[in-house]
Design a binder for this molecule. Structure first.
Ligand code: NAD
Length: 530
């Protein structure tokens, strides 16, 4: 959607949003009808951008990228700082739109602007350290006359394809380090949640007056595929099923990708855990955002002595949760499911478990409309033959299993094709020892989900949960290409290795390398190192 004002309609009032499709290369795709999941009512119609429109958008921001890069780290931080201030000053407006299109409760939605503001400052103040030019000491005396430097130059245009569960965090949260690195960015948000992102992008253009290096395009797989074709780097967040397709498409143009995919996060509860904290954490980590988080607690392994108490406390805590559409006067804890497709998957996993002998201690079914809700659900008597313990459920459902000891908990936690993140609760040192053996990209000890807000450390999936990571130094460096500079500081008219190959010079380098590297010579000369 380029240049189109986006106004989110109030519930029940459908707003037409024009994309670029009408202007250039009309798409054959139907416009997207955006629904409010909390009520089921249509709130907006969004025109789909054709492949041609996508290519034109990418070409336009590409033309402005060199000036953006030339601003330097401080100059870019100046503009991103304006975006931070706009997000904080316009929180209510942003949160209203996001609640409308996702059905989230306000408390869950409010994480998004807060996270983005923090991330802008994080990368703005650390970019020099992470991607500033590096000076490297030559490893060999043969390079003594050389000055070695590494400079980091951005991939000119980064394409971001994002999912619906956190429409701003998972789009702008990747745009921020890419832009801070000097790239121009084009984002394709999910077709379920196109409005909030378009609102911020329009504010960047019109209210903030930011350089024309940030845009978004709207659509489904055709638009996403066209974006992959047009850009220099793809940051994809979504299911591993789509991630495979994106990677295969990117392979056709040898475009590098970073993939943040699904998860099936385990939580291990040791017998010496604070069971109140563990149960409260499991309830929040499993039900927050209606369980629609890649890092949601989905499966829980509890050591036998703690099992009964933990399950009782967890069930009580989940039983206290209030579900529904909330407002300022009537806050709720658990909101709607954002995508009807996902609600069907959640129902399928729960039905499969119940049919195979699991019991729902609380919840277990879809809530009657209006709106799309699934009851917060705690399942016991589950095992790894059931989908709910193996496949990503992505809904407000946790399965709890009793285990004999931490070894069995670890074996089951690691018995997954996913490896995104996880958590271990218990006496700190013991829990830490167990945590180090969980096969995943990030693990929390005595907490859940919090690693996502620790931007200092990388967050990325192992196994089929992804390739690459966000956050920390790698989270910005991935948007750059390194260029090594080997600069001659002093030199004669020719190097000993150049022509002519006289008898004396022939083999000179070989003899010098041997002198400097051969083990026995090194030992004899008292040089340390292997
Ligand atoms: P999805 O894979 O269905 O869609 C993701 C995005 O890809 C959407 O914008 C969609 O329009 C686009 N898309 C679909 N087909 C495409 C194609 N062929 N080419 C290019 N783009 C295409 O995922 P979803 O249902 O929107 O999101 C839920 C998934 O996202 C879950 O699996 C969840 O775990 C994952 N997720 C991962 C993280 C993470 O950081 N690892 C974070 C949030 C969500």
């Amino acid at each position: 959607m380029k240049g189109a004002p986006v106004e989110s309609g109030t519930a029940g009032t459908s707003t037409e949003v024009n994309g670029a499709a009408g202007a250039a290369g009309a798409s054959v795709e139907e416009p997207i009808e955006v629904l409010n999941p909390a009520t089921g009512e249509p709130i907006a119609t969004v025109a789909v951008d054709s492949p041609q429109a996508v290519a034109e958008t990418v070409a336009r921001v590409r033309a402005n990228q060199a000036d953006w890069e030339a601003m330097g780290i401080e100059g870019r931080y100046h503009w991103l700082g304006k975006l931070r201030d706009w997000l904080l000053d316009n929180q209510d407006r942003v949160l209203d739109t996001m609640q409308l299109e996702t059905g989230k409760v306000r408390a869950d939605a409010s994480n998004e602007p807060a996270y983005l503001a923090d991330l802008i400052n994080f990368y703005g103040t650390r970019a020099s350290k992470f991607i500033g030019e590096e000076s490297v000491r030559p490893h060999s005396a043969l390079l003594a006359s050389k000055k070695l430097r590494i400079q980091y130059r951005p991939h000119p245009v980064v394409g971001i394809i994002s999912p619906w569960n956190f429409p701003l965090i998972l789009a702008l949260g990747d745009a921020i380090p890419a832009m801070q690195a000097g790239a121009a960015v084009v984002i394709k948000p999910s077709e379920f949640t196109p409005l909030g992102l378009a609102e911020v992008v329009n504010a960047w253009k019109r209210e903030i007056g930011g350089p024309d290096v940030l845009d978004c395009v709207q659509g489904l797989s055709e638009t996403g595929g066209a974006l992959v074709d047009a850009v220099d780097f793809i940051q994809f967040t979504g299911s591993d099923r789509t991630g495979r397709k994106v990677m295969a498409r990117a392979a056709e143009t040898l475009t590098p990708v970073s993939l943040e995919l699904g998860g099936k996060d385990p939580m291990i509860v040791l017998s010496d855990a604070d069971l109140d904290r563990a149960a409260n954490a499991a309830a929040w980590g499993g039900m927050m955002n209606s369980g629609q988080i890649c890092m949601s607690v989905e499966r829980i392994y509890v050591e036998e002595p703690a099992y009964d108490d933990f399950v009782a406390k967890l069930t009580a805590e989940v039983g206290r949760l209030r579900q529904g559409a909330d407002d300022a006067a009537n806050p709720k804890d658990v909101g709607a499911m954002t995508s009807p497709r996902q609600t069907a998957i959640v129902a399928d996993h729960v039905d499969d478990a119940l049919a195979s002998g699991a019991r729902a201690l609380i919840g277990g079914k879809r809530v009657e409309g209006p709106g799309d809700y699934f009851e917060p659900t705690v399942l016991v008597d589950v095992d790894h033959s059931m989908k709910v313990m193996r496949e990503e459920t992505f809904g407000p459902v946790v399965g709890v299993m009793k285990v004999n000891d931490s070894e069995e908990a670890l074996r089951l936690a690691n018995d997954s094709r996913y490896g995104l993140s996880g958590s271990v609760f218990g006496e700190r040192e013991r829990a830490e020892r167990v945590a180090r053996r969980v096969e995943c990209g990030a693990i929390n000890v005595n907490d859940v989900l919090v690693n996502y807000f620790a931007s200092d450390v990388p967050m990325g999936g192992w196994k089929q949960s992804g390739i690459g990571c966000r956050h920390g130094e790698p989270g910005i460096k991935k948007y750059c290409r390194s260029e090594s500079l080997v600069i001659t500081r002093f030199a004669g008219k020719r190097e000993p290795t150049w022509y002519p190959y006289t008898r004396g010079r022939r083999g000179l380098v070989g003899r010098l390398v041997q002198l400097l590297n051969a083990r026995d010579l090194k030992r004899r000369l008292g040089i340390r190192g292997s």
